[in-house]
Design a protein around this ligand. Structure first.
Ligand SMILES: [Zn+2]
Length: 301
């Protein structure tokens, strides 16, 4: 098996069998830089998207199918940010944010989710096409940060005691982001048979305290290997296992042929209205900012 380096742009599975705890730890640096490079977001938005991409990596790497897709989508009203979308497919991440720069001014350096999104919800969609499983959960965008929102979603809606920590920091020109997700799964993680999960199980507070002691600097430090960090947190446990590591990359699935086929389906008069001053129909990919242009003539058959 090829070895995957465990310092950055990677998600690593973690298990503490004696405590029935499992989870993921992830760090993203170059991937975040390259996704952000396609946009010119203010620092607040960059930090938010860096954390959202880290959460996407943590949740996406839980998917069992290589073809599985995980999507995070924030839908909001009245805040500086009105749309945020991130997704994960086979270790590839992408994401973008739509925001109102004027409304962002005057926010504190670490705004709450409510200050960023106004009234909003985060939809988390797990899609596993081979097993034909699609599951969507909705999280209110409340709390200090996305980690807190995801944690309360798992604990309250899913009845799975969970810990989620996310951190993102810009040093010089580069972003460093990392995250930890731990879950208490005494009934096993298969299926949805979690009715008997007890929130007061004595093993969980112990794991949550050790996991919760992780520092933001540790999550974002690209010189600290993820397995070393897990060992640092849980070395007192009888057994700590690291599972498969998934290499993370930046990926966009925008495809000129697909974009062309979508435009070609519009009625001719609507296509005419799309033609710009230069005589071309231009479509930009919101994720990677790629621009596609088509001659109106080549679209009508
Ligand atoms: Zn794209």
């Amino acid at each position: 098996m090829p070895t995957v380096e465990l310092f950055t742009d990677v998600a690593l599975g973690v298990a503490i069998p004696s405590r029935n705890a499992r989870g993921r730890i992830a760090r993203v640096t170059r991937v975040v830089d390259s996704i952000l490079a396609a946009h010119q977001y203010p620092p607040l938005v960059e930090r938010l998207l860096a954390q959202a991409l880290t959460l996407t990596a943590l949740l996406g790497s839980l998917l069992k199918e290589p073809q599985g897709q995980l999507t995070l989508q924030a839908q909001t009203e009245g805040g500086p940010i009105d749309l945020m979308v991130c997704d994960y497919l086979g270790g590839e991440l992408r994401g973008y944010v739509r925001h109102d720069a004027e409304k962002l001014e005057g926010l504190p350096e670490e705004p709450t989710l409510q200050q960023l999104f106004g009234k909003g919800y985060l939809a988390i969609t797990f899609d596993q096409p081979v097993a034909n499983e699609r599951y969507q959960g909705i999280v209110p965008l409340e709390g200090k940060n996305l980690g807190e929102a995801a944690q309360s979603y798992f604990s309250q809606s899913e009845q799975i005691p969970s810990l989620v920590r996310l951190a993102a920091e810009k040093r010089g020109e580069h972003w460093f982001a990392g995250g930890l997700l731990l879950q208490h799964l005494p009934e096993g993680e298969e299926g949805r048979e979690r009715l008997h999960t007890r929130l007061d199980h004595p093993d969980w507070p112990h794991v949550a305290i050790l996991g919760g002691s992780v520092k933001a600097e540790e999550l974002t430090d690209p010189g600290l290997a993820l397995d070393d960090l897990i060992w640092r947190l849980f070395h007192e446990e009888g057994e700590v296992r690291t599972l498969a590591a998934i290499k993370l990359g930046r990926g966009c699935r925008c495809d000129p042929a697909y974009v062309r086929s979508v435009i070609a389906k519009f009625p001719e008069d609507e296509r005419e209205a799309m033609v710009g001053d230069d005589g071309f129909i231009r479509v930009d990919c919101a994720f990677c900012s790629s621009s596609f242009s088509f001659e109106p003539k080549e679209l009508s058959r």
